[in-house]
Each structure stands twice: as structure tokens, then as C-alpha cells.
Write a protein that binds this ligand. Structure first.
Ligand code: ADP
Length: 198
């Protein structure tokens, strides 16, 4: 065996998936730090573009404010560009992507092109009513324009319709590590790291 730099954590290409408000962003940042991987959040990239007033930002905002998904073609191109950056060559943690079956196919294509595969999909399991409460609170604290109760309900419906089916796809590939997302941030973090090292 050669001395691989990340031998302790062989899982290098990871997804974190779960409904809005499950805590994906919080956990993604911590897991990425622990495993020395870039956390790539499509929601964060869209919000950065909104903040900078780019054309992509203006387009994305019109969907985000309604709780709808940005069109797949736009999102797929953006992720393909991001995964081509040097820091993602040796692994990444994708947060909030893929969210549709079309995005799953697009990501499969990006990985195949590079001769890579996904290693694991972290699924954050949460109680949906609790999630609405968390998001309403986040809207009040952070002023995120898509964290109003009406938009939150729409995002949960869109998740159930378009994203929940991805869990079956990835389960079929044996990739899903289900983690209880209702515990404290530290406990969830520890559970994810334990699930990844199994
Ligand atoms: P949450 O998981 O709480 O909904 P995100 O920051 O992940 O928050 O996403 C916010 C919004 O950004 C989504 O409601 C959607 O409009 C847009 N978005 C993020 N990721 C994607 C994606 N993969 N495909 C389409 N739209 C996306």
C-alpha cells in the first residue's frame, strides 16, 4: 500500500441530501473541514450570484423566491464548472445538488468523464414540522428571502416531489448513509463522521 494522503477517509466524493432546513449547510461545512474537502453548495453559489447582481443571480432569484428549483440546465452547467476547479479534483462534498433525476444523470456524466464515482450519500432524516419551525426562525434571523412560511411549504412540496425520489436511486446503488438529523449539531456531526467511517 502506498501512503495515500487521505487514507484515513477513503470516501472522497460525497453528497449530503435532506429536506430544506435539515441542517445540510451546517453539517456540510463541518464535514468538509473534518475531511479536508471543499463543500460545494449550489444554494450558496446562487445566493452569492444574487448578492453580486450577476445575470445568473437575477435568473436564480426569480426561482428561489418562489421556492422553485432553478432550471436543471443552468444548475448542471454551474456545477460542472465548479467541479472543474482544482480544489475539487481530489474530492468534494456536494450540498444541495443533485436535487432532480436529471441532475443525478448530469452528475453521473461529470464523474464518468473524470473516471470517478460517488462514494457515499449522507441522508439527513428530519421531522418536517420541526423543519418548518427552524426555517421560519432562520428567515427572521438571517433575512433569507425564501424563508417565509409560504415559500417554505412550497420548497417542502418540491422536495417531496422532485428530490425525495433520489434517495431510492442512491439506495439502489448502496450509497446511502441515513443519519438522524434531529439531534444536536455536534451529535449529528459525530453520527455522520461515524457513518462515513463504517
Ligand atoms: P434549502 O435546502 O434550505 O432549500 P439551499 O440553499 O440548498 O436551501 O437552496 C435554496 C434555493 O436555491 C432552492 O430553493 C432552489 O431555488 C435553489 N437551488 C439550490 N440548489 C439547487 C439545485 N440543485 N437545483 C435547482 N435549484 C437549486
Amino acid at each position: 500500500m502506498t501512503d495515500a494522503p487521505h487514507a484515513a477517509h477513503p470516501d472522497r466524493r460525497l453528497l449530503i441530501i435532506g429536506p430544506p432546513g435539515a441542517g445540510k449547510g451546517t453539517q456540510a461545512a463541518r464535514i468538509a473541514e473534518a475531511l479536508d474537502l471543499p463543500a460545494i453548495s449550489t444554494g450558496d453559489i446562487f445566493r452569492a450570484n444574487v448578492g453580486e447582481g450577476t445575470e445568473l443571480g437575477r435568473l436564480a432569484q426569480s426561482y428561489m423566491d418562489k421556492g422553485e428549483y432553478v432550471p436543471d440546465s443552468v444548475t448542471n452547467d454551474m456545477v460542472a464548472a465548479r467541479l472543474s476547479e482544482a480544489d475539487a479534483a481530489d474530492g468534494f462534498l456536494l450540498d444541495g445538488y443533485p436535487r432532480t433525476l436529471d441532475q443525478v444523470a448530469a452528475l453521473d456524466g461529470m464523474l464518468t468523464e473524470r473516471g470517478r464515482e460517488l462514494d457515499a450519500v449522507i441522508l439527513l432524516d428530519v421531522d418536517l414540522e420541526e423543519v418548518v419551525a427552524r426555517l421560519v426562525q432562520r428567515g427572521a434571523e438571517q433575512g433569507r428571502s425564501d424563508d417565509t412560511e409560504e415559500t417554505i411549504r412550497r420548497r417542502l412540496d418540491v422536495y417531496a416531489e422532485q428530490t425525495a425520489p433520489l434517495v431510492d436511486v442512491y439506495s439502489g446503488r448502496g450509497l446511502v448513509r441515513r443519519v438522524d438529523g434531529m439531534a444536536s449539531i455536534d451529535e449529528v456531526n459525530a453520527a455522520i463522521l461515524a457513518a462515513l467511517s463504517r
